[in-house]
Ligand binder design. Structure first.
Ligand SMILES: [Zn+2]
Length: 411
């Protein structure tokens, strides 16, 4: 019989971890360095020790469990993250970390003697609850935005240095984490799709060929606040109407001209924000994504030009500040081929696909060969308490990961 992982054990782990930071009314809330995250970190390190793996934590709080190899370097790295968004689900990230752990335990049970060390990793703050996405994997690979870190701010209002200090870390230790990183031969990550393609097509495995690029902006239309009674409609400089016009026209623009484009306005705040006053300012977040680099750039330019055009037609001004920018990233072609071969060996149907969400694999791919395996998200739901998977799909995903590690670790 083919060697395989133990689904029951993996399922128990996921359910146990899912209790940490769980609220029956609001799913799992486990942002990095919250009380729940500290508890999860202790739980995970204990699991690694129980599995006789060597535990290591770097200056960014990334946690590693190592199965020794015949040589010291390079290593094969598998994992993901177990921090969550507020009111998130049980599976985003956790599946990848715990499937990695399960693979290492299974390797030991088969007395497999790998040519290279194999490490399972849990990266810090993939969700960007603190200071933008991928703090941990960026620190590990050396692709941090040092300027942003040195601003010492977080989305929670508390200074980053204070939050890090409570975790026994510092801005300096985060910046130094790259120097503690071993050479990585390959990075493999299992993750839920967070979209509906696999579930709709009833295919258990997605092999990601590319992760889309994105631009994140803070933006504002600025007009003039005035009394909602005496000010005639035609004399208003209503920032809200500027935004409403922009929201509809920019979405139409992307839908009609950029088939593989996405535009999302995720948060809106009007000022002063009350009944009797025309909104003088409309602040919003703008999230632009595309799978092709040149199209992303062209789309971004057109959308911003449209905002300027609308502002000037409505006697408003438009301001935008770029807060995050990532180019579309290809996953490793040799690793995708290897995964295809193994999926065929296992008789698992698979789909090659684009990922519309960012992942640690994207950051790792700037440094090493990286691959991303998707399993279906039921109804495409994620970042929600309703996030769900089928255990059977997880078993297939983890077994594919396991076979890929076996191949790579033979040397
Ligand atoms: Zn994730």
């Amino acid at each position: 019989m083919k060697r395989a992982i133990n689904l029951e054990r993996l399922r128990r782990d996921l359910e146990e971890l899912g209790q940490i930071g769980f609220n029956p009314k609001g799913g799992v809330s486990r942002p990095s360095f919250s009380q729940a995250d500290f508890e999860a970190r202790d739980w995970f390190k204990e699991k690694l020790r129980q599995a006789s793996l060597e535990v290591r934590e770097d200056g960014a709080g990334n946690i590693f469990g190592r199965l020794k190899g015949q040589q010291e370097e390079p290593i094969i790295l598998v994992g993901s993250h177990f921090d969550t968004v507020i009111n998130g689900g049980l599976f985003d990230g956790s599946c990848g970390v715990l499937a990695g752990l399960e693979c290492l335990r299974s390797l030991q049970e088969y007395n497999f003697n790998p040519a290279f060390p194999i490490e399972v990793v849990s990266f810090t703050d993939e969700e960007g609850n603190l200071v933008g996405d991928f703090l941990g994997s960026r620190a590990f690979t050396g692709f941090l935005n040092e300027e942003l870190l040195r601003k010492d701010q977080t989305h929670f209002g508390r200074p980053l240095s204070e939050i890090l200090k409570a975790a026994g870390l510092s801005l300096e230790s985060v910046l130094q984490a790259k120097n503690q990183a071993p050479k990585v031969l390959a990075y493999l990550e299992l993750h839920i799709e967070q979209g509906e393609n696999l579930d709709l097509e009833e295919i258990p495995i997605g092999l990601v060929t590319r992760i889309s690029g994105k631009r994140l902006y803070y933006a504002s239309f600025i007009g003039r606040s005035n009394h909602a009674g005496p000010t005639p409609l035609e004399l208003r400089q209503d920032a809200f109407l500027g935004l409403a016009d922009f929201a509809l026209r920019s979405t139409r623009l992307v839908a009609s001209e950029y088939e593989d484009g996405r535009l999302t306005i995720g948060r809106v705040q009007l000022h002063p924000g009350t009944f009797s006053v025309v909104a003088g300012q409309a602040d919003f977040t703008l999230d632009l994504r595309h799978s092709e680099k040149s199209s992303l750039k062209a789309m971004e330019e057109k959308v911003l030009a449209l905002a300027e055009e609308i502002a000037s037609a409505r006697a408003l001004s438009f301001h935008s500040q770029l807060v995050d920018s990532t180019e579309p990233t290809d996953m490793s072609v040799p690793l995708i081929s290897l995964l295809e071969e193994e999926a065929k060996n296992l008789n698992y149907p698979y789909l090659k696909m684009i990922s519309w969400a960012g992942h640690d694999a994207q950051i790792l791919s700037w440094k090493t060969d990286a691959a991303l395996i998707f399993i279906p998200s039921i109804n495409g739901i994620s970042h929600s308490p309703e996030e769900a998977i089928r255990w059977d799909d997880l078993e297939k995903g983890a077994n594919l990961l396991f076979q890929a590690i076996l191949r790579l670790a033979k040397g």
